[in-house]
Design a protein around this ligand. Structure first.
Ligand code: PLP
Length: 402
């Protein structure tokens, strides 16, 4: 990535990682976005499957059939397979009418926000959270309140207090957006006990939960936690999944799972004619042939190695100047610089040596938060680059004390 091009793109967006006095030429160590390692893309297999579909399903490569909601909801074959996967993973029987394909997880989130929020409504997100959703909620004219997380995820006591405060002023909570498994940027997961309390609260107060599950399959340690979707029998949880993080963002393929009535409400606000039949049919073959779970397992193996390499490098180069999480899954290290280290100066110094992480402020609604934080995406880069970048970060932190 070229540093000057990045600077002008960032400036055009009013982004807070606009930095002055940047180096010329490419940036060698970019850990800014949540990107998978291209080495994991099953390119040859997908090539064969795309060819198979083009040859065998030629007549079907239209928009989709109006039967069974194939047009709009997406290819029925893949939706059936994903419904079956939900049964296997979540222990929940879901009809294909409760599964809709989307253009990545992001479309599922956008549709849920559009379907369930009106101007003036109240929504809750985690602090910190993925800023895209925060902005999507605010764009509807709804009010987003960020509830802080601790090591067990969103602090449900604080959520309860917020609900009570709203009730005292005659208002109610309409929607919670939560990355319950491997929160972005912290990689913290909501504990099982809190999952149960959150679902109970949703049932008591009739609010919808958007469960952003796009990183949940990428677990490197420990046991899978029950999804919020699996714990709810009142149809209030919409689970958002994606093939982007496990397979390849360019597929632009994700899916939502929920009560058919909730999915129908989302289908009504979508303004396209469904996802690509070609892509969905190729992925249906991949999943149907039993290749998806082994693919995820091999991706996890690679990312576990990278995670461990970064943890060791942090230990070696950054002890004393910052603290960090040990991500049990997902894509990110979340670094916190010590109080006596100048966060902005470190960011600039590391950037001058070609290291770019995402600034912490991006994950909070209020810009005064997160100044001492950096998110480092560890999945895409080769191990040697990750190690070198952490060394640069450590040196930048050591030489930029207040
Ligand atoms: C937390 C989170 N949710 C959802 C997405 C959506 O990704 P996609 O639309 O590629 O599935 C992303 C991508 O960065 C993400 O980080």
């Amino acid at each position: 990535m070229d540093a000057k091009a990045l600077q002008s793109a960032a400036a055009a967006r009013g982004s807070n990682y606009y930095l002055t006095g940047i180096p010329d030429g490419p940036l060698p160590f970019v850990f800014e976005a949540g990107l998978p390692d291209p080495a994991t893309f099953p390119a040859a297999e997908l090539g064969r499957l795309f060819t198979d579909v083009l040859e065998a399903d030629t007549a079907e490569l239209q928009y989709g059939s109006p039967i069974d909601g194939d047009l709009g909801y997406g290819n029925i074959g893949l939706r059936r397979l994903l419904a079956q996967r939900t049964l296997e993973i979540d222990g929940r029987t879901v009809d294909h009418a409760g599964v809709m394909l989307t253009s990545g997880g992001v479309q599922g989130i956008a549709e849920a926000v559009a379907a369930f929020l009106d101007p003036g409504d109240h929504a809750v997100v985690e602090a910190p959270t993925w800023d895209y959703t925060l902005r999507a909620i605010q764009a509807t004219g709804a009010e987003a309140t960020a509830i802080p997380i601790d090591d067990d995820g969103m602090q449900i006591d604080l959520l309860e207090q917020h609900i009570a405060r709203l009730a005292a002023s005659g208002e109610r909570l309409k929607l919670v957006y939560i990355i319950a498994t491997f929160n972005v940027p912290t990689a913290v997961s909501l504990s099982e006990e809190r999952r149960r309390r959150l679902v109970t609260l949703a049932q008591e107060h009739s609010f919808v939960i958007i469960e952003d599950n796009v990183y949940a399959d990428l677990r490197y340690d420990g046991e899978r936690l029950p999804s919020l979707y699996s714990l709810d029998d009142a149809g209030l949880v919409v689970k958002v999944d994606s093939f982007s993080k496990t397979m390849m963002p360019a597929l632009r393929l994700g899916w939502v799972t929920g009560d058919p009535a909730a999915v129908d409400a989302m289908a009504r606000v979508r303004r396209d004619l469904g996802v690509s039949q070609l892509v969905a049919r190729a992925i249906a073959r991949f999943v149907g042939d039993g290749r998806y779970e082994p693919h995820i397992a091999s991706v996890c193996e690679l990312y576990r190695t990278k995670r461990d390499a970064v943890a060791a490098a942090l230990e070696q180069h950054c002890t004393g100047t910052m603290t960090w999480n040990n991500p049990a899954g997902g894509y990110f290290f979340w670094l916190e610089l010590a109080d006596d280290v100048d966060g902005k100066a470190v960011q600039r110094a590391a950037f001058m040596e070609g290291v770019l992480c995402r600034p912490g402020e991006r994950f909070y609604g209020e810009p005064e938060h997160g100044k001492q934080r950096l998110r480092l995406a560890f999945t895409m880069a080769p191990v040697a680059d990750l190690e070198r970048a952490v060394e640069i970060l450590g040196k930048s932190a050591a030489t930029n004390r207040r």
